[in-house]
Write a protein that binds this ligand. Sequence first.
Ligand code: COA
Length: 188
Amino acid sequence: MTVEEREVLRSFAVRRVRPEEWRSLRELRLEALRDPIAHLAYLETIEAALERPDSFWQDRTRTAASGTAAGQFVAVDERGDLAGTATALVTAPGEPDYIGETGPQLRAAVVGVYVQPGHRGGGVLQAILSETEAWLRGIGVPQVRLHVNEQNLRAQGAYRKCGYVDTGVRVEMVDGVNHEMVRDLRSA
Ligand SMILES: CC(C)(COP(=O)(O)OP(=O)(O)OC[C@H]1O[C@@H](n2cnc3c(N)ncnc32)[C@H](O)[C@@H]1OP(=O)(O)O)[C@@H](O)C(=O)NCCC(=O)NCCS
């Protein structure tokens, strides 16, 4: 890649997903699940994802595109390609969240984080998380958390740079031990 090409690829816009782009989001998800460290990053396998019918991707994209249960955000580069994504899952007080825990307040978890290899190290993640957090703040969520595998050091470093703090809580998940990291949205 030339310097000029890198400059072009650094230019991107972040926005919430649209229902009609479910095919592109399916492709991006499949690409993420083929990443060499996918086994440390996602709770789903490529085999399971390939089995899912179109209706699954359509429903998931529709839910992530509107309403307050989930918000998926994407970075779109100048060619219109999806450079990365993150999804916030919102849980009402008293309801079990994506790992089955309950809590007294409205809360959210960031999941499904992926940045395409050609865009890594270029601020894409920071821009996506910042947009995701602005959306969460707007619907009254005071704190956001995420889980990152203990062996996924790059992701841990990336989240730290984005203001996430390791709480010291360790959660055993299907991919192994995960670190809980949080970001307070009231002071951010
Ligand atoms: C995780 C991911 C979203 C991060 O985005 P990114 O653009 O690569 O992140 P950045 O390069 O901005 O930040 C990573 C930081 O960790 C550091 N880092 C990289 N490898 C590291 C390692 N082995 N140990 C410690 N730190 C490391 C980098 O140096 C960088 O910090 P710096 O900018 O201060 O040098 C992206 O790499 C990705 O999609 N990975 C595959 C899927 C994945 O792991 N998703 C997250 C699941 S929780």
